[in-house]
Ligand binder design. Structure first.
Ligand SMILES: Cc1cc2nc3c(=O)[nH]c(=O)nc-3n(C[C@H](O)[C@H](O)[C@H](O)COP(=O)(O)OP(=O)(O)OC[C@H]3O[C@@H](n4cnc5c(N)ncnc54)[C@H](O)[C@@H]3O)c2cc1C
Ligand code: SF4
Length: 440
């Protein structure tokens, strides 16, 4: 079990958040590529949401055709570099590798993908071509993975593209949310810069679309609009004491951590509420920021947690303790958080019940709520005839078109929260959907 010292410098921060999938060197990549069996009907391709031709790019790496390998990757996935290190490969491509059936470690597909694209990006190789202008314009709301992928694909099809982004950086949660031990800010931004230089789409930063008037202007000035706004802020729990100083939402905590790194202070004792991947990340990050005790508290059993097993193991290996079958009922403290009052939960007739006769307090100086993000319903409500499902997700058809034909959508706003690779796929396919619709 690791114990982390509070990082005081960038170098100490980088040490505590050492990359889980470091960049391969040429020799490692060559040997790893030589292990591929080039399966017929490769199961890894089926398991990749963007269907990258994995055996082909691995062969290209093996024959030192790195630019060709990158082209193969980006042709399917515009965020191919980031995905190589942030994808949960164990449940996607690498989880499907036939070596798993032979008790042999699967091919490190993600790291190979990251190796090839990194080299091509660093060498500033020009591998994309803007399509001949068709005189039409697309507006994209949100410069996250879905929005960026949509922009890239639309540029290759000859559209002018403007992205309207609320924040001052591109790539959404890839830079603001994903754990720093998976990818650095520099690497995320480098990929978008590389794409933008070749495909020249505009990003209008600090430009949130928040009013009916702004939407009306987009509708007038553009032929189609793509909604790639992801999810919103951490949901309010409505619990006693939730407004005390020291109670923060997980996405807000992680965003500050990613932007300010060693400059943020995490106190000695932290409680993280939740059982999903975001809770695991937040707990692991608090421990790596030098919290002496980080406790992860989940209302159900370990088996019922939504998080991937490997994300839980990672948090535990960072020194995080866990409490199962407990539910928070109040945050205690005089203005500032001093603890969380929990009640035990138990399954009664297949239903999770709270036992108010069995309560206890865990002392802490900070509470991180990783209990889900709100949806962007306020924005959707301003768009005429936009159908949502009962979870406030935007409904789309096979072409990624919404019930208001001018609007297309993808990424977390549609799937309710998945992975970067899903958003990248959606953005690409939505651009093709827009193209098909405008050329009917
Ligand atoms: C804590 C955390 C950790 C994660 N870890 C991983 C991981 O390890 N691997 C992985 O693959 N996935 C991970 N994910 C999921 C992944 O980040 C998302 O699935 C992906 O970023 C979704 O892309 P998106 O483009 O749909 O939305 P987002 O990435 O959320 O991007 C939406 C963009 O729209 C902008 N925006 C929002 N509203 C407006 C508006 N009104 N006007 C203009 N702009 C607006 C936002 O500022 C943002 O830039 C994680 C998510 C979280 C929360
Ligand atoms: S995009 Fe992700 S799932 Fe697809 S091959 Fe690359 S690492 Fe695997």
């Amino acid at each position: 079990m690791a114990e982390y010292k509070k990082p005081k410098t960038k170098a100490e921060f980088d040490k505590n958040f050492k990359q889980k999938k470091p960049l391969m060197n040429d020799t490692e990549a060559f040997y790893e590529a030589s292990r591929c069996l080039f399966c017929y009907d490769a199961p890894c391709i089926q398991a990749c949401p963007t269907s990258i031709d994995i055996p082909l790019f691995i062969k290209q790496i093996h024959t030192d055709n790195i630019t060709g390998a990158s082209k193969t990757i980006f042709d399917s996935n515009w965020l191919g570099n980031a995905c190589g290190v942030v994808c949960p490969t164990g449940v996607l491509c690498e989880g499907a590798c036939v070596y798993n059936h032979q008790d042999v470690p699967p091919i490190q597909i993600g790291r190979l993908q990251n190796y090839a694209t990194n080299k091509t990006i660093d060498a500033e190789k020009v591998i994309f071509k803007v399509g001949e202008s068709n005189g039409k314009k697309i507006a994209i709301i949100g410069a996250g993975p879905a929005g960026i992928a949509c922009a890239c694909e639309a540029r290759t099809l000859g559209y002018d593209v403007d992205i309207y982004e609320a924040k001052d950086k591109p790539s959404g949660l890839t830079v603001y949310g994903i754990a720093p031990y998976k990818i650095t800010n520099e690497e995320v931004l480098k990929e978008v810069d590389y794409l933008q230089k070749q495909l020249s789409f505009n990003i209008k930063y600090n430009n949130a679309i928040n009013s009916k008037e702004e939407l009306a202007a987009l509708e007038t000035n553009y032929d189609a609009i793509f909604i790639g706004v992801g999810l919103g802020v951490t949901r309010h729990l409505g619990m006693d004491g939730e407004d005390k100083e020291g109670v923060v939402g997980a996405v807000e905590f992680i965003e500050e951590l990613r932007m300010k790194q060693h400059e943020i202070k995490v106190p000695a004792k932290v409680v993280v509420l939740g059982g999903g991947n975001t809770a695991m990340d937040a707990a692991s990050e608090a421990a790596r920021m030098g919290a002496r005790k980080t406790v992860l508290a989940y209302r159900n059993s370990k088996q019922k947690m939504g998080a991937y097993g490997f994300e839980y193991d990672l948090a535990i290996s960072a020194g995080v303790d866990s409490l199962f079958n407990v539910t928070p009922i109040a945050i205690t403290g005089n203005g500032k958080v001093e603890g969380v009052k929990f009640a035990k939960t138990e399954m009664v007739d297949g239903k999770l019940q709270t036992n108010m006769n069995n309560t206890f307090i865990v002392r802490c100086d900070m509470v991180i709520k990783a209990t889900g993000q709100a949806k962007q319903g306020h924005l959707y409500a301003m768009i005429d005839d936009l159908d949502l499902d009962n979870k406030t997700r935007i409904k789309i058809n096979d072409e990624f078109q919404t019930s208001n034909p001018k609007y297309f959508a993808g990424g977390d706003a549609v799937n309710g929260g998945a992975e970067v690779v899903n958003a990248a796929y959606d953005g690409k396919m939505a651009a093709q959907g827009i193209h098909n619709w405008l050329n009917k």
